[in-house]
Design a binder for this molecule. Structure first.
Ligand code: SF4
Length: 342
């Protein structure tokens, strides 16, 4: 795995997020288990993708990591420094090392400010105080992200979706971060623009050594751009592996079903793939199963699956949360047909 000896840019240990259920007849005292013990790390210059169905907790994870939400338990370390419980003042100088880019750049860019102000603000926080100097550097950054100095005095509403996302990226870069959490950064953009923004992110990573946590529901894209992939189900990681290993084969039954629905580069291979349709009830995150969280939908469940929770454990050079992962021929045949050759 890519986790080697390099020191991690970001370490997340046992992250838990629970929300109290408000109101309603049965609301009192009940909690939504949005994240349950998520542990992972990433090194400088690496892209770690997080995938899973909507509601699996991936966006909550993004928001807790950058402290837009307070985790219920667990810790987040940035370059070895624990930022989990720092107050606003202590967090400020560290915060710039980790930025977030959202799906909807329009919502994240204040429409009342010019592009020069929006991007320059992050520089002001970095101590670049002269307005002229900031403007010069913002113009440079706008060039870096494929816009030009002519955008300095424009406002978000004057830009296209792709241009706005480039401004959001420029604003993140202005802080000179080591980690950028990208929460579905291209899913609101046209396909042709998506490719441009992805190429831009990859170029910037190469140039500045930035590590990305890349949250996406687009499995083809994820296979293309990430070094490692974490698959989440109901607030837990169920498989964490190098992307090359995922391309060859996935070992968790949920990953198998998830990736069986994703198109691959070769249209013939896509046509030959057998899509695994999951049946069975999706458990509520308010009261997730105490045993294997996937057992209500898993085609291979056994009695033990409804009784005992599987640990996330090393299997064939990756981490998998399933009692049977690693047994010969598991998961059974559809895995061959669902194998990815992207
Ligand atoms: Fe399926 Fe059982 Fe493995 Fe859970 S532990 S994924 S129910 S086989």
């Amino acid at each position: 795995m890519t986790t080697g000896t390099a020191s991690p840019a970001l370490e997340v240990r046992g992250l838990v997020k629970r929300y109290p259920v408000k109101g309603g007849l049965f609301g009192g005292g009940r909690v939504v288990h949005a994240l349950d013990g998520v542990t992972l790390s990433l090194v400088h210059g690496e892209t770690l993708a997080i995938v899973g169905e909507s509601g699996c907790g991936k966006s909550t994870f993004a928001r807790c990591v950058v402290r837009l939400e307070e985790p219920t338990a667990g810790s987040v370390l940035l370059n070895g420094a624990d930022i989990t419980r720092l107050g606003a003042r202590a967090l400020r100088p560290l915060r710039r090392h980790m930025q977030i880019i959202f799906q909807d750049p329009y919502a994240s860019l204040n429409p009342r400010y010019s592009i020069a102000s929006l991007v320059g603000d992050a520089m002001r926080l970095r101590g670049i105080s002269g307005r002229k100097e900031r403007r010069r550097r913002v113009a440079e950054l706008l060039e870096t992200v494929g816009l030009g100095a002519e955008f300095l005095d424009r406002y978000p509403h004057e830009l296209s979706g792709g241009q706005r996302q480039r401004v959001a990226i420029a604003r993140a870069l202005a802080a000179e971060p080591e980690v950028i959490v990208c929460d579905e950064p291209v899913s609101a953009l046209d396909v042709s623009i998506q490719a441009q923004v992805i190429n831009l992110l990859k170029r910037l990573q190469k140039r500045f050594g930035i590590a990305y946590v890349f949250i996406s529901h687009d499995l083809s894209l994820v296979r293309h751009i990430s070094d490692r992939i974490a698959v989440m189900y109901l607030g837990q990681i169920v498989e964490l592996a190098d992307t090359s290993a995922v391309r060859a084969r996935v070992l968790h039954p949920y990953s198998q079903a998830l990736f069986s629905a994703a198109p691959v580069a070769d249209p013939g291979a896509t046509a030959r793939k057998k899509r695994i349709i999951l049946v069975g009830e999706v458990p509520s995150p308010i009261d997730p199963p105490r045993a294997c969280r996937f057992h209500t939908r898993c085609p291979y469940r056994q009695d033990i699956c409804a009784e005992k929770a599987p640990e996330l454990r090393p299997v064939e050079g990756r981490l998998v949360r399933c009692h049977f992962a690693g047994e010969p021929g598991f998961p059974p045949m559809p895995a061959q047909e669902a194998a990815m050759h992207g």
